[in-house]
Design a protein around this ligand. Sequence first.
Ligand code: PGA
Length: 240
Amino acid sequence: MRFIVCSDYAEMCAECTKQISAQIILKPNSVLGLATGSTPIGVYENLVQLYQNNELDFSGVTTFNLDEYYPISADNTQSYHFFMQSHLFSKINIKPQNIHILDGMPADIEKECRDYEKAIVRSGGIDLQLLGIGKNGHIGFNEPGKNLNATTHLTDLTETTIESNARFFKNVNEVPRKALTMGISTILRSKKIILLASGFEKHMAVQSLLTDNINTQTPATMLKVHPDVLLICDKEAYEG
Ligand code: PGA
């Protein structure tokens, strides 16, 4: 795993934006795996800016988001559908039919997960997967545990994740207790992975990622088996 330590959040976002723009310029029909949460917001702002300056064209790009709460409807303002529309998709020229996000209210959960995996394969596979990291070391909603599900699946969220995501909701009781998420093996099939980490609260997770052997208690350590992972973090996340 390579890593870049940036002085602050803005520099981390600028570095990540460079990587994603290069990917799209070199391969205009790139398939991107996208993440939600606070961390990538600055990256999405930069990408929108590049689009508005006519420096980036998303017309050939396909996207797959990592995860979605369950149960939640796409028009709920806390859904990741809503997040992606408001931070990125409504502001760039991506084709709506090229956007893929797991349905938070599927009639058949297993079919939804199976179909998502098939759609990724049909697209040619994810060229570049963007990831955040949870305080507990999760990637997507692959929470620490004895076993980690390999492919897209429904999962229970841990108390740590529910508490940390409560900041986006009126109160902690409103945070869904479950989510649909790409699995570790879905993520590892991406050709290139960029993991972002910002702020002191991510230090323990980053330290564990950099120093611990592969283990299921820090799901991000699974990334060590992948040949092309770039961690971009700021000084606070790196040094604590
Ligand atoms: P955050 O979430 O970007 O809101 O910190 C990251 C994650 O939980 O994966």
